[in-house]
Design a protein around this ligand. Structure first.
Ligand code: ZN
Length: 215
């Protein structure tokens, strides 16, 4: 369902959604809260820029065989996001665009053998480098919604939402109650984002789920 060409197409689509979300923001709107607790829209865009560079590190690892972790430390990752959130909006956007272009070039230059090379994610999972395309697509798609400029889960491709539900259910195995609802809303629920009309099997409102930490 989520093969590499599909995941790469989702990276491009999600990046375009993020670009669209920030395009109309003036300085005041850029500094307003996102859907993520404690984060402004600038925090989200700075995180996306840092994430593009971090994924680029994993691709370099796959190309060279030399371990280059996503982030030098969790503290550095946080510090970079905080520093980015203090920049003028135009500079955060420039960082996002530059990092997205560099990542695009790196993704396009990978050989089949390099895609198969194993790398270790910031969560400590050992994965083939091809998994990074899926990781990045999740970031750009879901954070496009988090930017809170009118893009919702219902605007994301149904096949992407289906792959995301499967991924979250696998990783949250056994901790998610049985639920019912519109597929886009169920995906938002599983990702720990605002949702509407998701119910338990008996029709009562779904039990609150803690945020999903992988995004
Ligand atoms: Zn993220």
């Amino acid at each position: 369902m989520r093969d590499l060409p599909t995941a790469l197409a989702w990276v491009a689509e999600g990046t375009a959604l993020c670009r669209r979300a920030v395009a109309g923001l003036d300085e005041a709107a850029y500094g307003e809260p996102s859907l993520l607790p404690g984060w402004s829209r600038k925090h989200v865009v700075a995180h996306l820029a840092g994430n593009a560079e971090a994924i680029g590190n994993l691709l370099r690892w796959a190309r060279t065989g030399e371990p280059t972790p996503m982030y030098s430390s969790p503290e550095q990752r946080t510090a970079d996001i905080e520093a980015g959130a203090k920049l003028p909006g135009a500079r955060v956007t420039t960082w996002f665009e530059r990092s997205a272009r560099a990542l695009d070039g790196a993704l396009a230059s990978m050989t089949d053998e390099q895609w198969r090379a194993e790398v270790v994610t910031a969560q400590g999972r050992t994965v083939p480098a091809s998994e990074t395309a899926w990781m990045r697509s999740r970031e750009v798609m879901v954070h496009a919604v988090d930017l809170d400029t009118g893009i919702s889960f219902a605007d994301l491709p149904p096949e992407f939402l289906s792959a995301l539900r499967e991924d979250i259910l696998t990783k949250r195995a056994g901790t998610v109650p049985r639920i019912d609802g519109d597929p886009a809303e169920v995906t938002a629920y599983l990702a720990g984002r605002p949702y509407k009309g998701v119910t338990a099997e008996d029709g009562s409102p779904a039990e609150w789920l803690p945020p999903w930490r992988e995004l």
